[in-house]
Design a protein around this ligand. Sequence first.
Ligand SMILES: CC(C)(COP(=O)(O)OP(=O)(O)OC[C@H]1O[C@@H](n2cnc3c(N)ncnc32)[C@H](O)[C@@H]1OP(=O)(O)O)[C@@H](O)C(=O)NCCC(=O)NCCS
Length: 283
Amino acid sequence: MQECGPVRRRPPIGCAARRTAGKLPDGGCAREERLKMNGENALAIDWKVPPDSLHIAKGEAHLWRADLHGGEDARDRLRQSLSADERARAERFVFERDRQRWAAGRGILREILGLYLGRHPRTLAIVNRPDGKPTLSNRCAGDPAIRFNLSHSESLAVLAVTLDQEVGVDVETYRPEVATAEIAERYFSADEQSEFRSLPENLRTEGFFLCWTRKEAFLKARGEGLRTPLDSFTVSLTPGRPPALRCQDAQRWHLSSFYPDSRSTAALVTEGSHLERRFWEWR
Ligand SMILES: CC(C)(COP(=O)(O)OP(=O)(O)OC[C@H]1O[C@@H](n2cnc3c(N)ncnc32)[C@H](O)[C@@H]1OP(=O)(O)O)[C@@H](O)C(=O)NCCC(=O)NCCS
């Protein structure tokens, strides 16, 4: 999404692009089938409709998916829950579509956090930490220590919520045209590049997006963005194999991947050991 103001140097993958249908150019079979063949069981996630108030337990990570399009009613309601600063930020987007998506994403974030805290979305204060990672600031005594991280790709948003454990999530739309060796060389560590090259041609796009989302989710869990050098850690990327993370403090983190729908890939990094993942659908 393009905001007015100083231009940030961004990798080519984050920019909005036409959605590619679920077909792979490198093999011909539908992506869903390929994921099943890889044992990824992509579409097996049962995204549940949440109850009116939600509880998250220690040892759980809640994952939400949401469509940023929503209807006009939802759009108005979500916009009304934004703070003045957030509305001003939404106004800075150059394109109306980006403005709407950003406002919807922030409004949905507020509604979901409100479910856990039993508070009206408008009463929440979401501020950026000094490293840029958004966090809740006006907690009340007795509030659960909710942590969260949001990611969006085109009209899909994915939100991860934990209880007092750092969390990072990333979702990317599956676009074979960006999964090139040149981009891998530029952004992947030496070991990642060599694993990428070792993949058979028909698994490369899948492997590329597993790598990209895992790296991003790790950066976002740490909160440091690109202040953590991209070659200072390595993630595994072979489809169908258990995810692995190698870095100085790898014991501190847990990495997993999932598929929010047949056209996207996502990764979750949480602090501590394995958390039980629960999947919710925002409507
Ligand atoms: C800032 C960054 C979070 C952007 O990520 P992105 O993939 O463009 O966008 P996402 O949709 O996944 O995430 C954006 C959300 O992350 C959150 N976020 C912003 N800064 C963050 C930070 N420092 N840490 C964690 N989360 C952050 C915000 O909620 C933001 O949503 P908002 O714009 O609605 O406020 C950051 O990770 C970045 O710029 N990474 C560089 C990309 C790169 O080179 N990746 C290489 C991977 S191989």
